[in-house]
Ligand binder design. Sequence first.
Ligand code: COA
Length: 371
Amino acid sequence: MNVVIRSTGLWKPEESVSNDELVACYNAYVERFNDENATAIERGTVEALNPSSSAFIEKASGIKSRYTIDKDGVLDVERMRPRVAPRPDDEISLMAEAGLAAARQALETAGRDPKDIDAVICSATSMQRTYPCIAIEIQKALGIEGFAYDMSVACSSGTFGSISAINMIKTGMAKSVLVITPEITTPQLNFRDRDSHFIFGDVAIAALIEAEDMPGDAGWAVRGTRMMTTYSNNIRSNFGFLNASEEPAPAFEDRYFVQEGRKVFKEVCPMVIDLINTELGKLDWTSADLKRMWLHQANINMNMMIARKVYDREFSSEEAPIVLDEYANIAGAGSLVAFHLHHDGFESGDKGLICSFGAGYSAGTIFLEKR
Ligand code: COA
């Protein structure tokens, strides 16, 4: 059974925070901290904090801004964390709401009725609760029969979720699957940590993945897929349900995202270059066959290096589009958001690659051909 990506849909928060706004808040916090601890800093018992800088953030990461579910909370120096209002159980949850908006757009673009969908996968870095699954909540809100489940593979959540859907269709278990990656990442970030306060943004992406013979737009035929993982502690979050039982209770901030950015860069780039080249070989394709690569969006320098090595030449921004300048690192949604925003200009037979990489480590490839 041939499988296609029929359509995609995107949701993003209304509010965006620029580097300058973020840095102004961080530096106000630093100034206050250093003032309050002036004596201890002088005595050498407390280390003074260093200010952050927009120029560093843009140069080191390529990020210029990020969307967030609550700009006020992020930029409130007393808080530096988005505010999330608790909702009663009979109200739609935040992640389901974001995912639903993206899913509705994907369905509308494809002209697909929810009754024709067989399954929903919600695949994201973190889920806002353990159960019931966010995917089942979205399934109910859309009136989809069949089944739904959540899964999580950090920055490869979107691709691994899509590959799960592709395999479901190949085995005949389903004909039409909605894969939704709501990445509400700003509440997972320590905005008081200079090394990482600029990294993440919030977004949701949905992909409608179907058997080729379903009616509708021709879509993008899936020609090859690969999932790979190899264990690393270089990107880690220790947040989880055991925290509440740990003795002594950990500081909440200590459970947030941490990374060894340099090591990630050094280890992940060659891993991904090798993976793409190997998979191209299996398809009897070369990089010259790839009109575009929609790469994971974490760091512009990583993407430049991977694209340059894979294409083995200089390349245009159209060949490896960047969305992280506007969206920042959107975790498991990155490569699919790049695909959603930059898939124009393809003729039937043109080929492209969606590729994720990140914590785990994990990496996923989906090779596509425009039908
Ligand atoms: N503002 C100003 N300077 C800062 C800073 C900030 N916010 N954060 C760090 N610096 C300083 C450091 O103190 C260091 O100074 P020093 O050289 O005097 O010691 C210098 O900048 C370099 O720091 P470093 O952490 O080595 O920066 P980097 O160039 O490696 O960039 C990342 C940091 C995180 C942007 C980069 O490593 C990265 O993106 N790596 C890949 C991460 C990734 O893709 N992760 C996937 C997550 S899913």
